[in-house]
Every structure is written in C-alpha cells, then in structure tokens.
Design a protein. Structure first.
Length: 803
RNA sequence: GCAGGUGUGGCGGAAUUGGCAGACGCACAGGACUCAAAAUCCUGCGAAGUAACAUUCGUGUGGGUUCGACCCCCACCACCUGCACCA
C-alpha cells in the first residue's frame, strides 16, 4: 500500500477540527498547566510564509509532547490584523481593509490547518475585532489615568512615503522600515507612552526570566543604561548655568570646551549676548533640515560653530572655556549639552583636532607611560593633572568627584537611559481609535469605560491628509461628540494606535478570549499566567518584546495581572532563506509557497523538513533536494507496517536502541535540537529495515515519539496496527536509564595521542585487565620505543606515551 | 566603532562539552530489480597515497596549554545579525 499523504492528512485534520481535539481545558483544578505561545501572524495578502511554520512546528512539537506528559496545554493562535499593508491596499483598490483582512484571515486559517498544528481553534483572536480592541482601548485609558500616556509636541520621525509618524524603532538607516521612503523630522502633537518610567525594572527583571542570552543582551543594549553625573557649569558674567551629563566626571579637569545641541535653549536665552548670532542661527537651521540619519552618519566630518560672546566656567579649574554648538551632540539624550574632554573621548578628540581646541590629558596608564590620545581605557587609567583627584584610579576618582560635586551642590550622580518614550500616535485609518476626546474647557478627557469599544467608523476614502493628518480627520460626524466630563461639544482624537498596541497584550486575551466583563477573568489569569514558553523572531526582541513587557508590568502594578513578567521563557528561531541563501522576496523570485510544499509532499514532510534543516536558532536556506530526503524517510516509516511482527515488549536486539532513543529525543525536544531528533528517527528506521522486523511494542513507541513531528502519518499507522485510541491520548514514553548503558564497549587506544586501534572491554572492566588488552594490541607497533607514561580514562580512552 | 554570533567533506549539518572528527540527510558513483525508465533496495563516498593494506595530512589562519584540542587560552582573517556621534 502506497503512502497516500493527501488522504491521510485530510482525514485526521477533519477529525481534529470536528472534535476540537486540542482545545485547552477550562478546568482550572488541574494544576499542571503549560502555556506555549508563538507570535501571531499578520494576515498579509501573500499568505503564509514558510518562515511561520518553523516557529509554529517547533512549539507544536513541544505542545503535543506536553499533552502526552499530562499537562493541560494552552497553545493558541490569532491574528494581528491592524496595519499598513491592508490600508495601503485599500488606498490603491478602494477595498475596505475589513474585507481584505477577513479574506486573508480565512486564507491563513486554511493554510495553518493544512499543516496540522494543534492550535486551540476555539480561542482565535483578531486584534481588529471591536470585542478585542475594546480592551486595547481600556488599557490605554488606564495608562492615561495613571499618568503614563501624555500628549507632547515633539519632533517625530515622519515617513514621506506612508505619510505617517514612526517610532524610532520603525526607522531603519534613515528610511521607513515598511516602505523604504526617506524619513524626515516633523513637529507634531502626539500621544506618548512613558516607557522610560519602567526602564530600570525592564532591565532588572531580565534576571528573573529564562530568555536566550542574546535576547537579554539586545534588550539591555536597547534600554542603554549608563551611570554618570550631571554637572552645572556657570556661564561667565551671568546667572545662567549649563547643565551637562557625563559618564566620566573623573575627567572634569580635562574639560576644555562645551558643546550644546543645535536645539539647545541656551542659545535663545543668551541670544542678546552672542556676538555671532547670525552664524549660530544659520548652523541651527542647517541642522534642522538634516534628518536624524544624516546627522548621525558615521565617519562624517564633525561640524560646529563657536558661540562667541559667552563662556562657561569649569567648576573645578575655574577656567573660562568656550561654548560650541555642534550636531554631534543630540538634544534628545542627557541634557542636550556636554563638557568636552578631548583627551579621553574619541568624538571630542576629533572635534578638538579639527577646530584646534586645547587637549589636556588628565588620565594616564597605571605605569604612567606615554599613550596616544584619545586614551579611553577606564580599566587601567589613573588620574593625573587633576588636583585632588590626582593619583586615583578612574573608579575611585569618579566616586570622589561625585561626592565633591554633591557637597558643593554643583552636580550629582545621575543614571541615564537610551530608551525613549514610545510615540503612540499614528495618522492612519486602520488601527485602534485612541479613546480620547478634546474639550475646550476640560482638555483631554478619556471616554467613559462603559462606552468602549470606540469603534472605527466606516469610511470610503483612506488617503492620509496632506499634512499627515489621519484619514479620520475628515470625518466630522464622527469627530464631533460631547465631552464625557462636562457634556459640552468636544472633538475626538483622530489618530489611531500603532500596530504594536494589539500585540502588547494578546497573550492575556487567549486565556479567556470570550470574556465581556474584563480582558480576562481573574481565575483564568491566575491559572494560565505566565506564558511558559514564547518563541518568535529576533526582529521582535527590541520592539514587541519590550513593549509587551512594559504593558504587562503596568497591568501588574494596577492589579490586573498576577505576575511581574509576561513570558517565563523566550526562544528564537532562525530565518528561512531562499535556496540562494538570500532573504525570500518577490523581487528576487526565491519565494517558496507553503501550499505547494504541502501539496507535493504533504504536511508531515513539510514539518519534518523544517525541523531537519539545521539548528533551530540559526538561519537556514531552503533546499528542494533535502525535502525529498524527508519524504523518503516518512515513506520508509510508512512501510515499516510491512515488516511488523508481534511482541508486547521490546526485543532483545532493539531494547537498548529504544531506551536510548526515548532519552535522546525527549532531551532534544526540550533543547530545541529537532534536527538531531530526526537523525535519531532515521537511524532507528535504518536499523528496523536492516533487521527486516519491528515488533508492536517498538512500533508503538516509535510512533508515539514521532507523533509530535509528523502527527498525521503516525495516527494513521497507529490505527492500522489496531490501536483503539489515538496517539494524542497516549502517555509520553519513558526510558530505563539502566537499559541505555552498554555493558560491552569499544574504546580507542592511542599512542602519543594518535589513534592506533580500538579494543573491546566490559563496562568498568578493571584497569589491569584493560592494560593487558592494550599491550597485547599495540606492543608490536612500538618499534622498540620506550613507554614513558600510560593514561587510562575509565571507559573512555587509553593513551600510551612513548619516546 | 561597540555588542552578539558563525566558520567542520561537493552541500545541509553531527560530535555525550577536552577523549575514535564527519552521525543523519542531500548530491554523486557502482550494483540489484526492470524490455526500459522512475521509484525502491544493497554497496561505496574528506584529501593525498597504495594493486590492496600501511602511512601521512585534515575542523577559517598563526601561535599556546595538554598524554590528548573542532572544543580551552592569546593574536588575527572572513562572513552574518543587532546597535550606532547615547557624552
């Protein structure tokens, strides 16, 4: 009988669908729960990408294993359906995003089901469903009420293509992450979320979660904590002060000039004393026209203008030093002004060299040798030419100078973060409306919670406004409302939320997706929290992961969720590349469509191949040849039924292999080493074929182990061999450690570290007996050389050193 | 520039973490089956070398530690991924 995967897969998928086989239990008395989460897809018009199933299959394997281990498993799926592509498509074709989204979700659902994932389809969520975004809006209102959402006019990244404000995270190399158009700076009034208030906790609590180390590193870098000091510099002959932030207060004696960012307020304040105001203004204007990217481009010559007419006073040396304006100082970090220490900072050094500014060395290596400047080593440095700091190590000097500054009230210890507040407004239609109303008398007022959801009005015209206004801004009948506070006429916010909003809390909704009273019930949250294992792409480590941790911590603070962290464990999969090793894209013509693969080889082969491709966390190139090998493997598995013999226990010749395999595969799955699990399966099949027999007990265990990887074929074979219940209801096989150990082993014998031969010994054979065997084997190969030393590592290796 | 990662046959990759390098798969070659092809099955497959053994070389490069190194240490090269004038 041939392996008819089409028939088999359809049969089991229909059965699972009809019976809801994999729905998580709502019985919370079962204390053993496991919550596995994959990043829910954006239902794009292109359909499922072959990259999605890599992550989904991996967690599906773990979820299926957990069920067999007796856990109540929650393994949900949903759709992150707000976003630009549907809206851009609507602009082009005038098809409402709601229709496109619905169609795409249908398509995705069919595709996902055709691969046999054990998702709980009774819990599907969709971020564009008013019943869902009602709670997204509710969270926003809570943020607002707790002072974490505020409106600010600030320069934002404005995409000239999408005509929309972008978060810093969405700007890549000066262009829009989505459409590739240039991004310029624009002043706009935007809703902001105060993620910076949580910076320290987002950093600290990384110690309590099990994330891949590289994910933690990226989060830490993104938060970018640094310790230093703020120092006040007096402006000579004035009451004004210039506040700077520095991580090297120990180098204060070497500060030979100051630099302020072009946007710094000092220039305005002291405008009447500046003798070259025109020149300074011209520089400011030029800087304003440059994008952040242009300003930040490396290896570019530093530019700047001295602000003449005013001087700053170094608080330690009392020397008057010049003040410059230069765009290498950013207004958005620290205080927007720096003290420049050219001898010990490469940027200041470049600038000082270009403009002939004095360079004073104040730190030297411990041995006081001459070094090339700038000398930036903080580990070995010792203060010199620094008054009361001279002779101290960098660390001690920092400590001492901060004490001094604090005592004299001219400065204080200060921690800074690179993390910025989250720009939360989007001038777009296809997003959650921000549930805020502006009243002339009351200012910004949140909607009453009982009036949620604030639904997105149906519009016919999706073009953004000329000035980057939201398409909703043209909808006067929707905009005009009454103030929830005083009842007077008022206007709605027309901006919508970014795509990150809905995905910042979706894992909570899965716990109780049909709840009308709350985002999820207390019981469900208590029972299912936290997510036990979350797998997703590295591209989401700095944005989505950080945002959702922030929202979660906030919800924890206001008593909504029971845990500090949303995800106990986070892993990450490597990207699937085209067969040419490049990222799959339509323009490169190297896109593989999952439907074609499922059609030609079947879902089981597709799953096995994606797991066999290579190490899970590393990128892998698609190979049509390799996938045939996986099909061949399953075909061999199918034909094992032809050599099936009776037997209720493992046969003598296979007992060891079976026990070893259970151990290896069980461990491999936990370590996400799926590729070596599959090698183990292949080795087993080769052995059964070589022996021309497999007994029932062996086959049953084999099928159970393979079931999470290839669920359809294994269920079918299980039925064929007369099982009375499906594998998904079996217990995960256990092994007997004693039966994984060989009592007779082969060990290598080396002479001077080079392999000469191998000998067979009993496990734990006594050393003298082993020695005797070794000498019998190699004594005639020594060419009369003298044995100097013999090393025997028990049961491992025997090495003879000769001369 | 900083941080992290990777480098092993023709290719994808294994290696119990310091102990027989190349498991498993692909490709390739030979054979069986077939009128023939495909599929399937069997055998071989790092390089040099030999009739065949033997032997030598071999995990990006150069050095080191060790009885023994893909694995540890030092220096370097190449590629990938983040971040990037963050004071």
């Amino acid at each position: 009988m041939a392996y008819n995967f089409k028939e088999i897969e359809k049969k089991w998928q229909d059965k699972w669908d009809k019976e809801g086989t994999f729905n998580a239990s709502n019985d919370f008395t079962n204390s053993k729960k496991w919550y596995g989460l994959i990043e829910f897809p954006y239902p794009s018009g292109q359909g499922l990408h072959v990259g999605h199933p890599r992550s989904y299959t991996a967690l599906d394997i773990i979820a299926r294993k957990r069920r067999m281990q007796g856990y109540n498993v929650l393994f949900p799926i949903g759709f992150d359906a707000f976003g630009l592509p549907a809206e851009n498509y609507a602009i082009k074709t005038n098809v409402h995003p709601k229709i496109t989204t619905e169609k795409n979700i249908k398509h995705f659902t069919d595709q996902l089901k055709s691969i046999g994932f054990s998702f709980d389809w009774s819990r599907v969520i969709n971020t564009t469903d008013p019943e869902y975004y009602k709670w997204t809006q509710w969270i926003f209102i809570q943020l607002y009420k707790h002072g974490l959402a505020y409106k600010a006019t600030m320069p934002i990244n404005f995409c000239t293509g999408c005509k929309v404000g972008l978060a810093n995270e969405e700007v890549v190399n000066g262009v829009c992450e989505r459409c590739g158009s240039p991004v310029v700076q624009k002043e706009k009034s935007e809703w902001m979320l105060k993620i910076t208030k949580y910076a320290q906790r987002l950093l600290d609590d990384l110690d309590d979660v099990d994330y891949l180390e590289k994910i933690k590193v990226q989060q830490r870098n993104w938060i970018g904590r640094s310790e230093g000091a703020e120092v006040k510099f007096k402006i000579a002959n004035s009451d004004e002060e210039l506040l700077v932030y520095t991580t090297r207060p120990d180098t204060l004696f070497g500060a030979t000039y100051m630099v302020v960012a072009p946007e710094h307020k000092l220039i305005e304040k002291l405008a009447n004393r500046i003798t070259n105001l025109d020149e300074v203004k011209e520089y400011q204007n030029k800087a304003a026209l440059k994008s952040d990217f242009e300003r930040g481009e490396m290896n570019k010559d530093k530019t700047g203008v001295e602000i003449k007419g005013i001087k700053a006073v170094n608080p330690l040396t009392n020397e008057e030093i010049p003040i410059w304006v230069a765009d290498y100082v950013l207004s958005s970090y620290g205080t927007g002004a720096i003290m420049a220490v050219p001898a010990h900072d490469t940027r200041d050094f470049d600038f000082a060299t270009k403009f002939n500014l004095p360079i004073v060395q104040v730190v030297a290596p411990t041995d006081n040798s001459n070094v090339e400047l700038p000398f930036t080593d903080v580990e070995t440095g010792v203060s010199i030419n620094s008054g009361f700091l001279t002779g101290l190590s960098v660390k001690d000097a920092k400590q001492k100078v901060i004490e001094y500054l604090e005592e004299k009230k001219i400065g204080e210890k200060k921690v800074n973060y690179k993390l910025r507040d989250w720009v939360f407004s989007r001038q777009r239609y296809w997003g959650e409306p921000i549930p805020m109303v502006y009243c002339e008398d009351c200012g910004w007022v949140p909607l009453d919670e009982k009036d949620l959801p604030l639904t997105l009005p149906d519009v016919k015209d999706f073009l953004p406004g000329e000035n980057g206004e939201s398409p909703l801004a043209r909808h006067t009948e929707w905009i005009n409302t009454t103030c929830p506070h005083c009842g007077k006429p008022a206007k709605r916010e027309t901006d919508t939320m970014p795509q990150w909003a809905g995905s910042s809390w979706y894992y909570l909704r899965y716990m109780d997706p049909h709840n009308h009273e709350a985002l999820a019930s207390k019981e469900a949250l208590e029972y299912w929290s936290p997510v036990d294992w979350y797998n997703g792409g590295m591209e989401h480590t700095t944005l989505h992961l950080l945002y959702s941790r922030f929202w979660h911590k906030f919800l924890y603070d206001i008593g909504v969720v029971p845990t500090k962290e949303p995800y106990a464990k986070r892993t990450s999969h490597g990207m699937i590349l085209g067969s040419n090793g490049e990222k799959m894209s339509k323009s490169k013509g190297n896109v593989i469509n999952p439907d074609d693969i499922v059609n030609e080889f079947g879902a089981d082969t597709f799953r096995v191949y994606e797991m066999f491709m290579g190490p899970f966390d590393q990128p892998a190139s698609w190979s049509m040849d390799s996938i045939r090998g996986c099909f061949k493997f399953l075909d061999r598995v199918w034909h094992l039924q032809d050599i099936l013999v009776d037997g209720d226990t493992y046969s003598k010749e296979c007992e060891k292999m079976m026990n070893k395999a259970i151990k290896k595969i069980s461990n491999d799955i936990e370590d996400m080493k799926f590729n070596t699990s599959i090698s183990t399966f292949m080795t087993m099949v080769n052995e059964f074929v070589r022996l021309k027999r497999i007994n029932k007990a062996e086959f049953k265990t084999f099928l159970t182990l393979l079931n999470p990887f290839a669920p359809h074929i294994t269920e079918e074979l299980n039925e064929i061999i007369g099982a009375d219940k499906p594998i998904s209801s079996y217990e995960w096989p256990v092994y007997d450690e004693a039966k994984t150990i060989d009592e007779e082993i082969e060990i290598p014998v080396q002479v001077n570290g080079k392999l000469k031969c191998t000998i067979t010994i009993a496990l734990n054979e006594d050393d003298d007996s082993v020695k005797e065997k070794v000498h019998k084997a190699i004594d005639d190969k020594l060419d009369g050389k003298v044995i100097k030393k013999e090393i025997y590592v028990k049961n491992k290796i025997y090495n003879v050193v000769v001369k």
